[in-house]
Design a protein around this ligand. Structure first.
Ligand code: ADP
Ligand code: MG
Length: 226
């Protein structure tokens, strides 16, 4: 409907502005990093702190830059299980560091979705990263894909972590909302934006100290009738 189109346009405008600003911040940042490295010989202690802060700014800026990209012509037909498998493969070393195992549950069926593959991977990465970070003592993440009434495909990512408070749950996806000392609070905002641009839905179910399930629903490729 028209409302959805206007909303998509607004989101895309915000994204482009954010990406533009992020781009302007990145160049001086790179040059600053170079000069600070030159100082390192003189005063290591302060320089290390400065470098850490710069790294953090860099991280935030990079997250913002991914906001400006969703153009319709980048959409492809991709297989969601393959995207998930490649992200799980990519995240496994980090998961091991935290004593976390990632299990997948799929029926082996190809589930084609119209999407920007890199953005869907970004969504899966951000959500898996949160799941890993929610289990400081390790645990199991179960990532499952199933069919939903032939219209959409559902990917659920379940952890056994600390869970999310009711208060936080209602505000998830707002920018800069974080409970972590080194968090950006941008990960889920980006996920929400990407999933909505794909015509999908993102939802969260959580119980304190039991775990969280993130559900991503994406429309499947509709067969063209002659
Ligand atoms: P960040 O990870 O940088 O804090 P996110 O947008 O990715 O930002 O997440 C926002 C907040 O939502 C997190 O700080 C955390 O409090 C909460 N959260 C997200 N996913 C989970 C999860 N799987 N388990 C527990 N809390 C979560
Ligand atoms: Mg995060």
């Amino acid at each position: 409907s028209e409302e959805i189109i206007i909303r998509a346009e607004k989101l895309s405008l915000i994204g482009e502005l954010a990406a533009g600003i992020a781009h302007d911040i990145r160049n001086p940042l790179t040059s600053l990093k170079g000069f600070i490295q030159l100082l390192k010989a003189k005063n290591t202690e302060y320089v290390d702190v400065m470098m850490e802060e710069l790294e953090h700014i860099n991280y935030v800026v990079n997250e913002f830059m991914t906001l400006g990209k969703p153009h319709l012509n980048l959409f492809e037909t991709s297989d969601l299980p393959s995207l998930l498998n490649s992200v799980v493969h990519f995240m496994t070393p980090q998961a091991r560091l935290y004593n976390v195992q990632i299990h997948t549950e799929m029926d082996g069926e190809i589930r084609l979705i119209p999407c920007i593959p890199d953005q869907i991977k970004q969504v899966l990465i951000n959500i898996l990263k949160n799941a890993i970070e929610a289990m400081p003592h390790g645990g199991i993440i179960t990532a499952a894909i199933r069919n939903h009434q032939g219209q959409s495909v559902i990917c659920s990512i379940q952890d056994q972590g600390v869970g999310i408070s009711e208060e936080m749950l209602s505000r998830l996806g707002s920018p800069f909302l974080t409970s972590k000392s080194n968090g950006t609070g941008l990960g889920l905002m980006i996920c929400k934006r990407i999933v909505e641009c794909h015509g999908g839905k993102l939802s969260f179910h959580s119980h304190r100290n039991q775990g969280t399930t993130v559900v991503i629903e994406l429309p499947v490729l509709q067969p063209v009738h002659a």
